[in-house]
Design a protein around this ligand. Sequence first.
Ligand SMILES: C[S@@+](CC[C@H](N)C(=O)[O-])C[C@H]1O[C@@H](n2cnc3c(N)ncnc32)[C@H](O)[C@@H]1O
Length: 325
Amino acid sequence: MAENLPSHIPVMRTEILNSFASVLADSDLAEIRYFDGTFGRGGHLKAILEADSRVTAVAFDQDPEAIIFGEKTYSEWVKNGRLKLFNLNFSDFEIERFGKFDLMLLDLGVSSPQLDQGHRGFSFYHDGPLDMRMNNESGATAADIVNNYSEDELIRIFKEYGEIFKSFRVVRAIVHDRKAKPFTTTRELAGLIERVDGWHKKGFHPATQYFMALRLEVNQELQAIENAFEKLVLGLRLKGRIAVLTFHSLEDRIIKNKMRSLEQLGFPVKRKVIVPSREEALQNPRARSAKLRVFEKGTKPEKRPGYFKDDEGDEDAEPTEPPNS
Ligand SMILES: C[S@@+](CC[C@H](N)C(=O)[O-])C[C@H]1O[C@@H](n2cnc3c(N)ncnc32)[C@H](O)[C@@H]1O
């Protein structure tokens, strides 16, 4: 039942609200339009709608469970038309259908309820079917990939998405074992990785990067960002802002490069990437690897006083610790 699902703590909520504050303050519009491409449990969306009564929202999530949760939990906003929810991938965004927006947010990756529920198959700590689909109504599962990809294909995705440069022994063991019995559960796969790779780093399960790589492949997560980012920027009104929260260095690299390559449309609000406070990273382990980048549509102000005042030093902040999911 949706109401019994584990909760999700919105990451860098204050920093995101701060990034949107000037758009809200400078706007004299009667309606400010917010697009949330990764609704999840609606934590960020709630904070933004509560920050300004003029804000109306359109929210997508490719996970049907998230949409059911949103319809129940925010039923008042759904009823009065302040919130419109769609079970869609944000790469399906179309200006012609949804119009233009003043604020947009992508909070990439999986939500805590997805990770913590064994039946979704994302976690090596909770046994469940080897699934990992955010949209669990269609597409190939992690089991389909593990049981059918060739040795070379498996090595490629573990290298490209998991940054595992020596996956040969694990992949060979997978290919050997699946002949006798296909993999069906998360524990079967995690057990094989524990057995073959062993524990190298305290507190860091040896399956972490393998599971991350499979998740990215199953959900085509990097492709969704590649395909959607420019479309979303085009869907911003002038002086509108899009904030993107990433949890994986490959995602952050794509966003950083996209923001640079779209300089004819706008500019990054800060030169440096924004990272969570020490306090937040201590309180919420899932925030530790978070990186926030914000892009504004329009011409960069030549000299807006104080614009970059807290923004000196290297372009990128120190790398943060890996996630411990
Ligand atoms: C980190 S959670 C978002 C949490 C949300 N900001 C909150 O405060 O509750 C990411 C959510 O985005 C969804 N998601 C990830 N990639 C998506 C995509 N390409 N299109 C639509 N939804 C996506 C996931 O299903 C998940 O529910």
